[in-house]
Design a protein around this ligand. Structure first.
Ligand code: 9MG
Length: 257
């Protein structure tokens, strides 16, 4: 899953792809490098990010989804929590909703059920504005697994078939380095939910803790984390640096065989 942020303020690529033509070119480059899914986001979810108005999110996302869905046969995903964006984006050709709030927001479950889109349910403690403040878990892996199991049950109740869903532990979303590492070491426990596991570790601040490097210098660390995640059972890797990540995943797949 290649990351395409059409935002002015995302932590590593903010402002680069606000122009729909540049966004389309970037998406096509990632497809050429081996991405099977492009994840288009119109609102930054980095720690401390301020929410944007729904009209602004629609204005950023829809032209890119429309152009990408017409130009390429790959899966277009939209990183959103809002029912208005879900409905309009699927209308323009998006096939998947990547929701960092696991469809808990007003109208989100019903919008995914109505549109027939696939969805990624991600765990987050708190909200992007405050999620890194006062982070505490008794047992992070079982708490995350329990949350995702409850969200899968809520989806089923809303009429969303399990086969349309994947789950994500939400690395960096209300988690300290020790929680992220604990989740990565024990990723296999999420496979008990019987759904594909998606992970996003690319350029995350965990790598600042582990390597001391700033976001533009985290390629090697991101590849190490993606490889570890794949070896521990992740099947979808959300990444900025698609070509290098695809190579690493080919190596991991060969090792697993
Ligand atoms: C939007 N976004 C940023 N980081 C992410 C992650 O780790 N997982 C998912 N599903 N989405 C993310």
């Amino acid at each position: 899953m290649g990351v395409l942020n059409v935002t002015p303020d995302s932590f590593s690529d903010g402002g680069l792809y606000l122009d729909p033509q540049r966004a389309l070119e970037r998406a096509q480059a990632m497809v050429g490098e081996g991405a099977a899914i492009i994840d288009v986001g119109g609102e930054s979810t980095r720690p401390g990010a301020a929410p944007v108005a729904v009209e602004e999110e629609l204005r950023r996302v829809l032209p890119v989804v429309r152009a990408l869905a017409r130009a390429s046969p790959i899966v277009v995903s939209v990183d959103t929590s809002r029912p208005e964006v879900i409905e309009r984006a699927v209308g323009e050709g998006a096939a998947m909703i990547n929701d960092v709030r696991a469809l808990q927001g007003r109208g989100a479950l019903a919008a995914v059920a109505r549109t027939g889109a696939a969805a990624c349910l991600m765990h987050m403690r708190g909200q992007p504005e405050n999620m890194q403040l006062a982070v505490r878990y008794e047992e992070v892996v079982s708490e995350v697994r329990g949350f995702l199991a409850a969200r899968l049950a809520a989806c089923q109740e809303a009429g969303i078939e399990a086969m349309r869903l994947c789950v994500d532990p939400g690395f960096g979303f209300g988690k300290l380095a020790q929680h992220n590492l604990e989740l990565l070491r024990n990723l296999g426990e999420l496979l008990e939910l019987d759904r594909p596991v998606l992970v996003g570790l690319s350029r995350k601040s965990l790598l600042k803790t582990l390597t001391g490097r700033d976001s533009g210098e985290r390629l090697a660390g991101s590849i190490a984390l993606a490889t570890a995640a794949a070896l521990n059972g992740a099947t979808i890797i959300r990444a900025h640096d698609v070509a290098a990540t695809v190579d690493a995943l080919r190596v991991a797949a060969a090792l697993k065989r």
